[in-house]
Design a protein around this ligand. Structure first.
Ligand code: PLP
Length: 459
């Protein structure tokens, strides 16, 4: 199938605004369409809903043909997809294993119990709730479990890497709770200002000290967070959504080892599971009970059992030794890209990366905005996103930075050499910006991707 995808990609080069020029290309395209659609796993959709079928085939192709550098995206295994598409989607299972509000729960109980046990083993937790429908829901349930309206949360400044659900003014969360910020002390090294955090914590007495991020490339000093939380009587919570796979693969430190009380997460991103959320509690039964009550009935209705089965499958995959190798390779690949940018004197926020992502200040380094860089690289077949950088002087819709990472391309089998070449191509495009350079980079990206198609077990 991968070969067919690439043949299709090549044919697209022989077209002009979608009009296929040569007879040979037209013949190939018809052949491709026949073969490709035979290999698709949507035969019933094809028959019953051609419009959705066309969109699904298009998306499959898009994912196969481009180079995915958005750090929160990945390719899930076929086994995970099978579970997601299973008949568990038909089942209502409000409640928890052994305590449901509907009958017929013999198999759903097995599935959810397996997911819980595997999550606990993977992250060294005493308790796990696998029902949150997404990372945002996991965070909202965690707030509801721990806070009363008006209570204070001390979280990472959003322009310094925190997530929307950590108290962005556009969210309803800020109408209910009081979010106070800590920041990096030095944007060039990424060091958090722990002294200032401690002073603020003593002043505002937060109920939660929240660590975690969407756009921060360094490892945090977890022990310092926990010490401050203990000093002011707050619960120490880490949102590990972005780095859950690195922690599971033991390529990054586990915040529980430093005494964090709770971790919230997505199950997609580096963890390479289905879209969904997860809440882990290190040891407190009291906290675990509050979390369970907040998820259901506090926030959600029936759990999505098909996704919980898919989570269980992905947790099993993450427990395998090959996943540890994958997690290490993600970091090695990021480091390889970091070296290239350093050599070219490009400015990375925090000076580089210890995890799966890099935040590049393209405004200072290349004199173009994040939005322009995103579009240019898109033309070269590289998908990533514009991103605000710490203390950005530009607007969020066209900020100074781009954010990108290595989880998806590492799943494709890219190593450090290929990652460095991608970084070189990016720099060339961002520096020269002419059509010929974009075209050259596109060819280079295509050759790299062709040599590393999405593995069959992930297609
Ligand atoms: C740190 C962090 N927390 C929570 C979320 C929310 O996850 P979801 O998109 O599944 O709601 C994200 C998503 O990007 C994230 O980066």
């Amino acid at each position: 199938m991968s070969w067919l995808c690439w043949r299709r990609w090549e044919l697209n080069q022989d077209s002009d605004f979608g009009q296929v020029k040569s007879f040979e290309a037209r013949l190939w395209r018809a052949f491709f369409h026949f073969c490709y659609t035979r290999t698709m796993t949507f035969p019933f959709i094809e028959q019953e809903d051609p419009e959705i079928f066309a969109a699904l085939v298009g998306e499959e192709q898009r994912q196969a043909e481009g180079l995915e550098l958005i750090p929160s995206e990945n390719y899930v295994s076929r086994a995970v997809k099978e579970a997601s598409a299973s008949s568990l989607t038909n089942k209502y299972s409000e409640g928890y294993p052994g305590k449901r509000y509907y009958g017929g729960q013999e198999y759903t109980d097995q599935v959810e119990t397996l997911a819980i046990d595997r999550a606990k083993t993977l992250f060294g937790a005493a308790y796990a709730n696998v029902q949150p429908l997404s990372g945002a829901n996991a965070n909202i349930a965690m707030y509801m479990a721990l806070l009363e309206p008006g209570d204070t949360v001390l979280g990472m400044d959003l322009s310094h890497g925190g997530h929307l659900t950590h108290g962005h003014p556009v969210t309803y969360l800020t109408k209910m709770f009081n979010f106070v910020r800590y920041q990096m002390k030095n944007v060039e090294t990424g060091e958090i200002d722990y002294e200032e955090m401690r002073r603020t914590a003593k002043e505002v007495r937060p109920k939660i000290i929240l660590a975690g991020f969407s756009a921060y490339p360094r490892e945090l000093d977890y022990a310092k967070f926990v010490a401050i939380a203990r000093e002011v009587g707050a619960v120490a919570v880490m949102d590990i959504a972005h780095i859950a796979g690195l922690i599971a693969g033991k390529a990054a430190k586990n915040p529980f080892d430093a005494g964090f009380d709770i971790m919230t997460s997505t199950t997609h991103k580096t963890l390479r599971g289905p879209r969904g959320g997860l809440i882990l509690v290190r040891e407190s039964e009291e906290l675990a009970k509050k979390i369970d009550k907040a998820v259901f009935p506090g926030l959600q209705g029936g759990p999505h059992m098909h996704q919980i089965a898919a989570k269980a499958v992905s947790f099993r995959e993450a427990l395998a030794p090959s996943f540890a190798a994958y997690a290490k390779q993600i970091i090695a690949n990021t480091k390889a890209m970091e070296r290239v940018y350093s050599e070219h004197g490009a400015r990375m926020i925090t000076g580089g990366s210890d995890n799966h992502l890099i935040l590049l200040d393209v405004w200072t380094s290349f004199g173009i905005s994040g939005g322009e860089a995103e579009k240019l690289l898109d033309r070269a077949g590289i998908t990533l996103n514009k991103n605000t950088i710490a203390d950005d002087t530009r607007k969020p819709m066209d900020p100074s930075g781009i954010r990108f990472g290595t989880p998806a391309m590492t799943t494709r089998g890219f190593g450090t050499t290929e990652s460095a070449r991608v970084a070189e191509s990016m720099i060339e495009v961002l520096t020269k910006r002419d059509d010929a350079t974009v075209e050259r980079a596109k060819q280079e990206v295509k050759n790299l991707a062709l040599a590393h198609p999405i593995p069959e077990s992930f297609v």
